[in-house]
Design a protein around this ligand. Structure first.
Ligand SMILES: Nc1ncnc2c1ncn2[C@@H]1O[C@H](COP(=O)(O)OP(=O)(O)OP(=O)(O)O)[C@@H](O)[C@H]1O
Length: 902
């Protein structure tokens, strides 16, 4: 008997079925257009693109253009690649265009699917980004699909690390740009450090199609991309804090050795506040609970940890002028390794050696926040359904399961559960030997490199030739994957290895042809192709005969998605195949989740050595356990994302402002507003509202006007005048400064003044934002344990970071106003010097940004050259002391290295 749910599905179809059905009319239309498009000349196809472009520009919707665009693309691909897109590929592309994730199984041809949606969306002229997980795939797909786009009259580019500025700018200016998620994120950050509009790479974030979307938007969602550089010298702060710590006694703080956290008691807080006030680190009236104190609190925490948790000659030693960490396991010195977030500096202060500069974040963004910038986002993967809720909730992306072109013929067997890992491996080995003997290729999945080594050794001992896939060399990886479907091949792979590459039975025929041609360049390529293809067909028939690819998994992963990925490597395009999971009671997942019941069952059954239990009930209960873990991981991610969001909102405000400033022709309105706001703030401070004139601080106002607005005005006399209230004084200040600045503009000439304003605004924004980023990092580390026991850390973080942000905007206005008030025309000599200085600064910045490529940066280790370091340009060396480490990264002291040359 059918259950109610199953019955309903049979009668009404699932929601997914209905979505697929809804695309039918569109697909029919595209199919109906096919004969017409087949008659077009190559030129006509390009002309069609022009026509569609124009119609898009004239306001016709992309939805309306879709059938013709897809028909044109299908024809172009047929001619360029010899592939006629399946209807299922059109369906996938329709969903991509509608901003969904298309779940398409391995080998269904996602690369070509993406091309349709990309073509349609590029018609608006704002570019489309196709995102791959590694550079090899970006280049491969661009070269492959670039032929289709070329036939359509569109340009294709690849943005990758290690390319000159100009080439990269071209890549981004192409209609279609292929790039890795890393490169896109870093280029975005670099863009927002530039000062000229013409240097910006990513003009629009129009539409991105993310391949392997689950890996990028879920597994790596929170990976921060970081561009870091040396911070300003704050040795004094470390030294002062270091004098404070020894005065604390036990009742002032609590120390949790296990988590390595410190919390101050109320007594401790009060004691510290008094001390810090005495030493000039806290202002009168400022408490440690104020948001402005975040950085100090952070460094006091670090100071306390340096003194109480780190022991000289156990955790570190002092050698020459350096604090060198000791590896707690091996006892070896770890020269060059530094603790992050100011902890190393705190230890240096404690040991009274010279304090080395810290590295700080200049810019950062997570993948999650980067991809949410796009007007429209879409994704492709073989496995997304299990994470549908997360995609919807976080990114507003629906997941649609696209039917396969041919029905799946793979057999997924029930899990086999053994008592021990040893028995499990033995069973796997036995099965591999069997398949190998009859020529069936086997793919063996493991969860870690260690485990793949264990299995590899077992195979070697048994005399079975095999490949191991766990490196991060993608090109070589592609070759191994290409061979994995050959007759009798055995391949061991860790879960993530080989993502985005497709295992074809009998091997990859195109690669074989290319290899054969390169081996025999004299021979006729057509003849070689014919020969290789015949051989390949023969081998493929034998592999099919042997049962197709056999996937053997050695463990279940925490997430069903990863398991499905592995399974999905077999049974592509309707091929036969088989998958089995080999488990044991000693596996992590089994130990952690409800294996007690299972163990009981197994004991009752009286399982003998080498025997396994196989039952659908086991699969179900494991899947339930996995779903539970997935849910918990999602909750953890959601919570962390809420923290990320706070900074992300602020970053968007700052970057938008920055972009507006770069684009603006005239900024005088903005700077005038800023100045007036500064005047308002001054009046509020020195002539507070609802007070009498005798309570005013006229002297304070006078000094402040002089310092910040650059004018020595008779403020003291104004206050004495009959009938002059705060409004009148404000008015006089506004008039006087407006005139003062107008005269300056005249002296400089309006063109110059505009440039000065722009550069100055950008400079101050950048400096303030960086400082703010650092403060937010500190806030995040203190908010957890700052005596907030009763309060929600996230709310505290939100409130305080908002206050800090407001404070940053205030000081930004004050800085810009003050700097503009101080500028004066320079002598020629001075001008030249200044220009040189600016150039050097910019060069250093660009170099820092360029150095930040190729993976998320970690602030923990040094040993590389300081960001921005240019061998023959001392202005990029950042003024190291004679005893400091040389910025070239040699690990020697500056005086013994580049300092000798300077
Ligand atoms: N319409 C088509 N007709 C025939 N072959 C096709 C078609 N579309 C794609 N293919 C072939 O299918 C193979 C797989 O394509 P592709 O690499 O895009 O798969 P995929 O879906 O991305 O798989 P993976 O999950 O491994 O990334 C390629 O060899 C390609 O030539």
């Amino acid at each position: 008997m059918l259950g109610i749910g199953t019955l309903a599905k049979k009668v009404f179809g699932t929601p997914n079925d209905r979505k697929i059905k809804a695309t039918r009319p569109l697909v029919d239309k595209i199919n109906a257009l096919e004969p017409d498009f087949e008659t077009l000349s190559d030129e006509d196809i390009k002309a069609k693109t022009e026509e569609l472009r124009k119609r898009a520009l004239d306001g016709e919707s992309l939805d309306a253009l879709l059938p013709e665009a897809f028909a044109n693309c299908r024809e172009a691909a047929r001619r360029a690649l010899g592939l006629r897109a399946f209807d299922t590929q059109l369906i996938g592309a329709i969903f991509l265009h509608q901003g969904n994730i298309a779940e398409q199984k391995t080998g269904e041809g996602k690369t070509l699917t993406a091309t349709f949606a990309a073509y349609l969306n590029a018609l608006t002229g704002k570019g489309v980004h196709i995102v791959t997980v590694n550079e090899y795939l970006a280049k491969r797909d661009a070269a492959w699909m670039g032929q289709v786009f070329g036939a359509l009259g569109l340009t294709t580019g690849v943005a990758h690390a290690d390319m000159p500025e100009d080439a990269k700018r071209d890549a981004y200016a192409s209609d279609i740009t292929y790039a890795t998620n890393n490169e896109l994120g870093f280029d975005y950050l670099r863009d927002n450090m530039k000062s000229e509009l013409s240097q910006i790479f990513q003009k629009y974030h129009n539409f991105a199609i993310v391949d392997e979307v689950d890996s990028i938007l879920i597994d790596e969602a929170r990976t921060p991309l970081i561009i870091s550089g040396p911070a300003q010298d704050r040795s004094d702060m470390y030294k002062v804090i270091d004098t404070v710590i020894p005065e604390l006694s036990d009742e002032h703080f609590e120390l949790d050795e296990k988590t390595r956290n410190v919390t101050f008691t109320d007594e401790g807080n009060e004691f510290l506040e008094n001390l810090l006030r005495e030493r000039g680190m806290l202002e009168e009236g400022q408490t440690l609970y104020d948001p402005e104190s975040t950085t100090i609190v952070h460094h006091i925490n670090q100071g306390l940890r340096a003194h109480k948790l780190f022991q000289r000659d156990k955790d570190y030693i002092v050698r020459d002028d350096d604090v060198v960490l000791i590896d707690e396991f091996t006892g070896r010195m770890m020269a060059g390794r530094r603790l992050s977030d100011g902890l190393h500096q705190a230890i240096e202060a404690k040991e009274d050696v010279s304090i080395k500069p810290e590295n700080v974040t200049l810019a950062s963004v997570t993948f999650q926040n980067y991809f949410r910038l796009y007007d429209k986002l879409a994704g492709m993967t073989g496995t997304a359904l299990t994470e549908a809720e997360e995609f919807q909730e976080i990114y507003g992306l629906g997941v649609v399961e696209v039917p396969t072109n041919k029905p799946i013929a793979r057999v997924d067997e029930d899990d086999q559960v053994y008592r021990t890992v040893r028995e499990k491996y033995a069973a796997m080995l036995e099965q591999i030997q069997k398949s190998h003997a009859k020529g069936q290729p086997a793919l063996v999945g493991t969860t870690s490199i260690e485990k793949s080594e264990v299995l590899s050794k077992m195979l070697t001992d048994a005399g079975i030739k095999h490949n191991v896939l766990n490196a991060r060399q993608h090109e070589q990886e592609a070759q191994i994957v290409a061979d994995a479907g050959k007759l009798g091949a055995v391949t061991i792979a860790t879960n993530m290895a080989g993502r985005g590459t497709d295992i074809q039975l009998g091997g990859n025929v195109d690669m074989q042809v290319m290899t054969a041609i390169s081996e025999d360049p004299e021979a006729d390529p057509e003849a070689i192709r014919a020969r290789v293809e015949a051989q390949h067909a023969d081998e493929k028939a034998k592999v099919l005969e042997a049962g197709g690819l056999y996937v053997l998994a050695s463990e279940r992963h925490e997430s069903r998605r990863i398991d499905n990925q592995l399974r999905g490597r077999s049974g592509r395009q309707g091929d036969p195949g088989r998958s089995s999971f080999y488990l044991s009671l000693e596996d992590d997942l089994m130990r952690i989740f409800g294996s007690e019941r299972l163990e009981k069952v197994l004991t009752t059954l009286g399982l003998k050595e080498g025997e396994a239990i196989v039952h659908p009930w086991v699969n179900k209960s494991l899947e339930r356990a996995q779903a539970k873990v997935e849910g918990r991981n999602f909750d953890i991610r959601k919570q962390l994302l809420k923290f990320d969001d706070v900074m992300n909102e602020q970053r968007k405000v700052v970057f938008t402002q920055r972009r507006d400033i770069m684009e603006a022709a005239d900024l005088s309105e903005i700077t005038t507003d800023m100045r007036h706001q500064v005047i308002d703030d001054m009046i509020d401070q020195y002539l507070p509202p609802n007070t009498y004139a005798d309570q005013w601080d006229a002297e304070g106002l006078h000094t402040s006007v002089q310092e910040q607005l650059g004018l020595d005005l008779a403020v003291m006399d104004w206050v004495e005048e009959e009938g002059v209230d705060d409004d009148a004084i404000r008015e006089r200040l506004v008039q006087a400064t407006d005139q003062f600045m107008a005269e300056k503009a005249e002296q400089f000439g309006s063109e110059n003044m505009r440039n000065i304003e722009k550069q100055l605004l950008l400079q101050v924004i950048d400096a303030k934002w960086r400082e703010h980023l650092l403060t937010l990092e500190h806030l995040r580390s203190v908010v957890g344990f700052r005596g907030y026991a009763q309060r929600d850390p996230l709310n505290e973080y939100k409130n305080e970071s908002f206050q800090l942000f407001e404070g940053m905007l205030d000081s930004l206005r004050a800085d810009v106003t003050q700097k503009l008030a101080q500028i004066r025309p320079l002598s020629e000599e001075e001008q030249r010097e200044m220009l040189e200085q600016i150039r050097a600064q910019q060069a250093a910045q660009v170099a820092a940004a360029a150095a930040a490529s190729g993976g998320a940066a970690s602030a923990e280790t040094t040993g590389d050259a300081a960001p921005g370091f240019v061998e023959d340009d001392p202005s990029t060396w950042g003024n190291p002391g004679r005893n400091d480490l040389c910025p070239c990264g040699s690990g020697k002291k500056f005086k013994h290295c580049h300092g000798r040359l300077a």
